[in-house]
Design a protein around this ligand. Structure first.
Ligand code: SF4
Length: 457
């Protein structure tokens, strides 16, 4: 079985009133993290659960929300798996949802099958839940995950005692706690908490297990964390611009990444252009940062179709390309005859940026200078972000092995990518500039996409 890789978000609420409508809204605020499946489980003496294929706002019916009674519950949005999943066990009835992946899934399934366990489908959530349910209580079960599961997980468990929330010992995926009058919450991103009129309290710590109930937040376990390894991609792309993750604002990080690209252009002799523009929405924070540092006008050149899904989280290439086409249309009068600095977060396969450059040139743009916040992606992710392989990474078409070790090598790659996508120039942030702009200590980040180093080894 191929180990499933996931991109998803979790939200949970313990409230003094019915919780489902806030959970539904919380999921809506996290929908950018995965649009294929969504689900809600609530507790009112028993667990009630509804899951759907599609986005929360499009799929949940009013009667289903009415059915989901209870004052505490959990929700999930996902690219790959239908969650939460509900189980009866020696721990009573529980529902589990997580954001992450199990990279040693095959090994764990073989081990559990050898001990007489049966698997319904072999989804990652099934492995996680069965490991938890083998132990005498939920906390011991969550602690057991850290010894058995390789990968990344931010996890929520619904039970009669309340909601358990936990983060793997490296803290790959974000997980934050929030509170408001009569309500306690945990979410993949702070925006879900703040937009529901609660205050952000803090991040769940790597290796921490928290119980959320009418007493608020109680830390029931704190596992040793050998180091932090927060996914650097969260600040550059995955998280919403209005979120704060591990104490760092996504918006400010993206502004600094854009400013760093502008500074490089200024240091290398300056770039004459009529406007700075973004590939919406993921390039906006970077483009504004470039604009502020360079003082070149910011101008929108694409109209964003808010009714189309985000292309990155579509599950196959054909769907991604079709969606990318539907997502953005060129504002022709803004671009005709103009020299444009076009900012985006990253180049994975290169097909999307190629289409954008082609569309702008077809509409009469004179020059397109592409500026990319992330350094060239050199390695696939082993921790559940997308399904990239070496073959899918554009930079690997030119640098077959090893890392980028000098600015000369980076410039050479940039010239080749520019030629491939039809741009007048391409520049990326170097890895050093990227880390400096994020503003998070390098030793607290996972940078495996760029340096190939597995932070868990
Ligand atoms: S390998 Fe890349 S995408 Fe995966 S967790 Fe590390 S930085 Fe994030």
């Amino acid at each position: 079985m191929k180990s499933l890789q996931d991109n998803c978000g979790v939200f949970a609420l313990y409230s003094d009133t019915e919780c489902v409508h806030d959970i539904f809204q919380g999921l809506d605020f996290l929908q950018h993290r995965g649009q294929e499946y969504c689900g809600i489980s609530t507790f009112d003496g028993n667990i009630r659960q509804v899951t759907h294929y599609g986005k929360a706002a499009n799929t949940f019916k009013y009667e289903e929300l009415e059915y989901l009674k209870g004052t505490w519950g959990i929700g999930h949005v996902s690219l790959w798996e239908r969650q939460p999943a509900r189980w009866q066990s020696q721990l009573g009835e529980i529902a589990v949802a997580f954001s992450g992946n199990v990279s040693n899934a095959d090994e764990l399934i073989d081990d559990m099958k050898g001990r007489g366990k049966a698997f319904f489908k072999g989804y990652n959530i099934e492995i996680i839940a069965k490991i938890i349910m083998e132990e005498q209580n939920v906390v011991a079960g969550i602690c057991a995950l850290s010894k058995k599961v390789k990968g990344a997980y931010s996890l929520i468990v619904l039970s009669g005692e309340g909601i358990y929330a936990a983060r793997d010992i490296y803290g790959f995926r974000p997980l934050v706690l929030g509170r408001g009058p009569g309500r306690y919450s945990v979410a993949s991103e702070s925006r879900a908490i703040q937009n529901l009129d609660m205050e952000l309290v803090r991040d769940v710590l790597p290796g921490e297990v928290v119980l959320i109930n009418d007493k608020g937040f109680q830390t029931l376990a704190q596992l040793d964390s050998p180091r932090r390894a927060h996914c650097a991609f969260e600040w550059a792309y995955t998280a919403s611009l209005d979120s704060i993750i591990d104490g760092a604002s996504v918006q400010q990080a993206r502004n600094r990444l854009g400013a760093s690209l502008a500074q490089r252009d200024m240091d290398e002799g300056g770039l004459e252009a009529d406007m700075v523009a973004a590939v919406p929405m993921s390039g906006v924070g970077h483009a504004l940062g470039y604009h502020k540092r360079s003082k070149i006008n910011y101008q929108e050149v694409f109209l964003y179709n808010r009714y189309a899904d985000r292309s990155y989280t579509q599950s196959n290439q054909l769907a991604r390309e079709k969606m990318a086409k539907r997502k953005l249309s060129v504002l022709h009068y803004a671009v005709r005859g103009k020299r444009i600095i076009l900012c985006d977060d990253s180049i994975v396969r290169g097909t999307q940026i190629l289409h954008k450059v082609r569309d702008l040139k077809k509409s009469g743009a004179k020059e397109i200078h592409v500026r990319i916040a992330c350094p060239p992606l050199m390695y696939p992710c082993d921790f559940g972000i997308s399904t990239r392989s070496y073959e899918e990474l554009a930079a690997r078409g030119y640098i077959k092995t090893g890392n980028i070790t000098s600015m000369e090598q980076l410039s050479d790659l940039e010239a080749r990518i520019a030629n491939e996508i039809g741009a007048d120039s391409v520049k990326y942030n170097s890895l050093d500039s990227f880390v400096a702009a994020l503003g998070i200590p390098v030793e607290d980040l996972c940078l495996k996409c760029w340096d190939g180093l597995d932070p868990t080894l």
